[in-house]
Ligand binder design. Sequence first.
Ligand code: PGA
Length: 250
Amino acid sequence: MKSIVVANWKMNPASFKEAKKLFEAAKKAAEKSPNVSLIVAPPAIFLRELAGGYRGKKLSFVVQNAHAEAKGAFTGEISIAQAHDAGASYVLVGHSERRAAGETNDDTRKKTSAAISARMTPILCIGEEKRAALGEHFSFVRDQLRAGFADVPPARVSRVIVAYEPVWAIGSETTMKPRDMHEMAIFIRKTIIDMYGEVGHAVRILYGAAVTDENAPAMMREGDVRGLLVGHVSTNAERFAALINSISKA
Ligand code: PGA
């Protein structure tokens, strides 16, 4: 089974020229790694040109955000259909930086189901802001999951990808312990199975936050995850190539 790696460039780099260079480097690294499937999340303004210039099958594209409505007076937004038309086949939903800017669980519900209806694959991002001694982070994550999945028809559940990203680790160099991720993966799966039954086993779970070439192999081995969502390291061509390489050898 291939490992999924999502490269979330966030609001980087500054020019299309740099984006193209970064993309070429990521593509090269992915092409050398038969057991890695790469999904690139460039800023939406670079998407069409990057996707249009790519002919292979090794990688695909994801938008960092899209609006749940199909069209209308939503200045500054892009729709899921527009993202699809530009070359994306995945939609990131509810990234913590979007949630920090005001996106709610109810928004993620609408976006996840809109992505499914548009035949796109939603990557639902969840994760607590801090860990609490009494385990409150589990109920926080459960609420995010229940809301995000609320309008997904049972027959489509296996299409959704869940990216668990502990917000307290995002942007740093240290991931949570793979053992703790393993525990969280079991909890996420159980929550989905409680909602939908056995089909919940098919949902792919990713880990994100502070993933580097040094910690990626252990997370893949011991974290009970299908792949990784990579932020800042994905905007450094050399470090990202080392990361892809480290997983393909693991
Ligand atoms: P990071 O970001 O890899 O820089 O921690 C991950 C994310 O926010 O998706």
